[in-house]
Design a binder for this molecule. Structure first.
Ligand code: MG
Length: 223
């Protein structure tokens, strides 16, 4: 059966080594004049809209759609600058796996709390072509990760003629929760800070995406 895959970006396809957090802080500082607004916050599995809201609240700034949009508008430029200062890289196995899935006729997309433009900037920075991901659920879609993953699943299924098996691939408990909330399967990777206890609801947990069990679960053989 055809697989519709939604790959998380940060911690799953790649690591930005803190540039994502820095960019959010810089975008918030540019708007509010305050720094360190996300200190102590866990960003893993978060969404840009929710993080913008948290930052605005911490600054005592009015939290409305215009203010959130003003943060998100500043984010891509801040991200380009922040990424120049770090050694961002793709995680092991991610280029080969996503290419093999496309070759096999599966539908490969993104499921990420990043706004679309931000996700594409990060992907390009480590050598992916964003056009290779046929669809996505993005941080622009919704503040709530479960709902934005749901939007992405709908777009992926719309690209299939017949039945398909949907799989979310992620590195945090929020990826697992979003998969379960939408009634689809989840492959979790231990490529960031998450413990196995946090990833426990996943159908499969692997060290990284070179693991042949992940490839088999996603409908391709490991060469
Ligand atoms: Mg992640």
């Amino acid at each position: 059966m055809r697989v519709v895959a939604l790959f998380d970006v940060d911690g799953t396809l790649l690591t930005c080594r803190g540039a994502g957090r820095q960019a959010l802080e810089d975008a918030l500082a540019d708007l509010t004049g305050r720094t360190g607004l996300l200190e102590g916050r866990t960003l893993a599995g978060g969404t840009d809209r929710k993080l913008a809201r948290w930052g605005l609240e911490a600054a005592g700034h009015p939290v409305d759609e215009a203010a959130i949009a003003a943060v998100l508008e500043r984010l891509p430029g801040a991200l380009v600058t922040a990424l120049e200062a770090v050694d961002a890289r793709a995680h092991a196995g991610t280029f080969a796996l996503t290419a093999a899935m496309r070759e096999a006729g599966h539908v490969v997309g993104l499921g990420t709390g990043n706004v679309r433009e931000g996700a594409h900037i990060k992907l390009r920075r480590v050598g992916f072509d964003p056009d290779d991901f046929a669809f996505g659920g993005f941080g622009d879609d919704d503040e709530d990760r479960n709902r934005l993953i749901g939007a992405g699943i709908g777009r992926g299924l719309a690209l299939c003629d017949g039945p398909a098996r949907v799989v979310v691939i992620g590195d945090s408990d929020r990826d697992v929760a979003a998969a379960k909330a939408n009634g689809v399967a989840c492959v979790a990777v231990r490529t960031s800070q998450s413990t196995d206890a946090q990833l426990a609801g996943a159908d499969l947990i692997v060290d990284d995406l070179t693991d042949p069990r992940a490839w088999a679960f996603l409908g391709v053989g490991r060469h």
